[in-house]
Design a protein around this ligand. Structure first.
Ligand code: GLY
Length: 352
């Protein structure tokens, strides 16, 4: 079980404690081109162990989460004499923890790694739960392993400079966790808007991440209950891909927020999810997240993208992770194309 440590200060002091306990043979820090410039100085300024580490820098962007990038990092580890007793610190967003976690957990059949997420989205999602991997053959996260980090350090010090749109992107995953937790957590999530400057974010993150930890602990390799964490993502991935095809890209979190609304509509249609919560979530998403223009003509493409995302599913039988009610997931819900089109009609009405 990974340990999750929280701080409003720079993460270096906590990192030094982890390194002192783990006593690795050698220490490596993976950053991307951006976090190497903007976040590495924060780590170096707050940690003694970071100063003795070897820095590995990889190109930034989810599109660079490739086999080439992994191979180049394995070469760097070999050249630097890393062993199974070495340790890798992933300093960055989800791309860095996915790639670094994969590289570490496959190098010499597995060296330990620590995540230090530098984005809200990375902290509440990718850095926790041990999903690691790379994109392959044009498919996202197609090759990877489940391998939990030794520890994750959640430090809000990195979030102070994130644009509000970035914070909102991460907040979509927190809204998802709140819906999976129950009615009270959902009401709390809908009454806040993330703002690092008003405080309270660390407590909200603690609550949100504990929801994910509980679900992951019950099903670490996603055979059943963990699929609940895909709420909002079947529509969300399709919206994200659709927006990028139209050359009007939206962030992952924005697509997930819209996906949550569409999937709560399905939850209402199929399981009688409470309409008051559906309307409240839709109003929150409408207010805080830019809408995506979708017309009836776009439905076939969206259905095609959803079927492709679910690999073997046909456009007429797509599997969703829905909710009976807040806190009561319904995974493996197979929905036909007629119902998906009806949900899109209602979604478009709600988002206007
Ligand atoms: N991102 C969802 C999960 O970790 O299962």
């Amino acid at each position: 079980m990974e340990r999750i440590l929280y701080t409003a200060d720079a993460p270096g002091v906590l990192l030094d404690v982890i390194i002192a306990e783990a006593s690795p043979a050698s220490l490596f820090i993976l950053a991307d081109e951006n976090t190497a410039v903007h976040c590495m100085p924060v780590l170096l300024g707050s940690s003694e162990s970071a100063a003795g580490a070897t820095l590995l820098v990889t190109p930034a962007g989810d599109g660079r989460k490739t086999l080439d990038a992994a191979e180049s990092l394995w070469h760097r580890l070999v050249d630097a004499g890393a062993t199974r007793s070495s340790m890798l610190v992933n300093l960055g967003g989800g791309m860095v923890s996915d790639l670094g976690g994969f590289v570490a957990s496959t190098f010499k059949r597995g060296m330990r790694y620590v995540n230090v997420p530098t984005t809200l989205l990375g902290a509440v999602d990718a850095a926790v739960g041990g999903k690691t991997g790379i994109n392959f053959a044009g498919l996202k996260n197609e090759v990877g392993v489940f391998a939990r980090p030794e520890s994750t350090i959640v430090s809000t010090c990195f979030f102070a400079t994130l644009p509000q749109q970035e914070l909102l992107s991460g907040y979509a995953e927190m809204l998802k966790h709140a819906l999976l937790s129950g009615t009270d957590a959902t009401a709390r999530a809908l009454s806040e808007v993330p703002d690092v400057h008003v405080g309270g974010l660390l407590d909200m993150m603690r609550e949100s991440i504990s929801c994910k930890e509980l679900i992951v602990a019950s099903d670490p390799t996603e055979k059943g209950p963990r699929k609940a964490l895909n709420l909002g993502h079947t529509f969300g991935h399709a919206f994200e891909e659709f927006a990028s095809e139209r050359r009007r890209p939206v962030s992952h979190g924005h697509a997930v927020a819209m996906g949550i609304v569409a999937e709560l509509v399905l939850s209402r249609m199929i399981y009688g999810f409470p309409s008051s919560t559906l309307y409240a979530v839709a109003a929150f998403v409408r207010e805080n997240y830019a809408g995506l223009d979708v017309s009836c003509d776009d439905y076939p493409r969206l259905l095609g993208l959803m079927a492709h995302d679910k690999k073997n599913a046909s456009p007429d039988a797509i599997s969703f992770s829905l909710l009976h009610a807040p806190g009561s997931p319904a995974v493996d819900s197979i929905v036909n194309a007629t119902d998906i089109r009806a949900a899109l009609d209602i979604y478009r009405d709600l988002m206007q």
